[in-house]
Design a protein around this ligand. Structure first.
Ligand code: ATP
Length: 237
């Protein structure tokens, strides 16, 4: 599904990611764990086309998308749920969801957009109840649901999630992760970046550990969770 090879990227000529290689198989759920500042967000932004790598390649379903613009990557089945949700605060819940389907709204509205919105409302009934509310007035958990729903409106086959647990109460985090597992069980490939390594390793099948911009370990999630170094460094055990 996703194949990243020797990806190097950074800001203003200062590399943050050093020759990153990783894979997500079709239907797999993979997590990326690492401390604050390890480079998780930078990597997901590269995959979404928001940062241009200085070298290396990104392939989706065998196609090289390294040079493809962010807006075009949705067409390759990749959607990002950004860190901090980034919902459009003054716009309604419904309008935010429509923005996720913007490629199909112009020049002519795709009829399936309404059906996709119903699918999002079925997944998150709370959003259906609040569909006329301004997104900025929602709770943190509801905004996270909206950010996920907005990404789903582009019908991704690979969903990239950046710190979905950030700033949320434990119970809300449980609900969000249950939804992510449900999407994966229905066949969607997932790449999840999390500082909450406990939750991430419990939810994903495979994990990568990122430290100072390098992949330092990768293994089946259960075995990473038992790894002494991972337990001491990331699980606080
Ligand atoms: P966090 O959990 O805090 O988001 P992270 O693992 O996602 O951490 P990144 O946000 O990718 O890490 O940051 C990796 C490095 O890149 C850090 O040293 C950070 O200071 C630097 N960095 C991030 N964004 C920028 C930017 N816009 N300009 C310059 N440097 C940046």
């Amino acid at each position: 599904m996703l194949e990243v090879a020797a990806l190097t990227a950074g800001y203003g000529g200062n590399p943050v990611l050093h020759r990153i290689s990783l894979r997500v198989e079709a239907g797999q759920s993979v997590c990326l764990i690492g401390a604050n500042g390890a480079g998780k967000t930078t990597l997901l932004r590269c995959l979404a086309g928001l940062i241009r790598p200085s070298s290396g390649s990104i392939r989706i379903e065998g196609k090289d998308i390294t040079a493809v613009a962010a807006s075009e990557r949705l067409g390759f089945g990749v959607a990002l749920v950004p860190e901090g949700r980034r919902v459009f605060a003054p716009m309604s819940v419904r309008e935010n969801l429509e923005m996720g389907a913007f490629r199909r709204l112009w020049p002519r509205r795709d009829r399936a957009v309404a059906a996709d919105m119903d699918m999002v409302f079925a997944l998150f009934p709370r959003l259906a109840e609040r569909h006329r509310h301004a997104a900025g007035l929602l709770s943190g958990g509801e905004q996270q649901m909206l950010a996920i729903g907005r990404a789903l409106m582009s019908r991704p086959r690979l969903l990239l999630l950046d710190e979905p647990s950030m700033g949320l109460a434990p119970r809300v985090v449980q609900d969000i992760f249950a939804t992510i597992r449900r999407l994966n069980n229905e066949g969607m490939s997932i790449l999840l970046a999390e500082q909450n390594a406990n939750m991430a390793l419990r939810s994903a099948g495979w994990g990568y550990v990122l430290a100072e911009g390098e992949i330092v370990r990768d293994a089946e999630s259960g075995s990473l969770a038992r790894d002494q170094v991972v337990r001491a460094s990331y699980l606080g055990l």
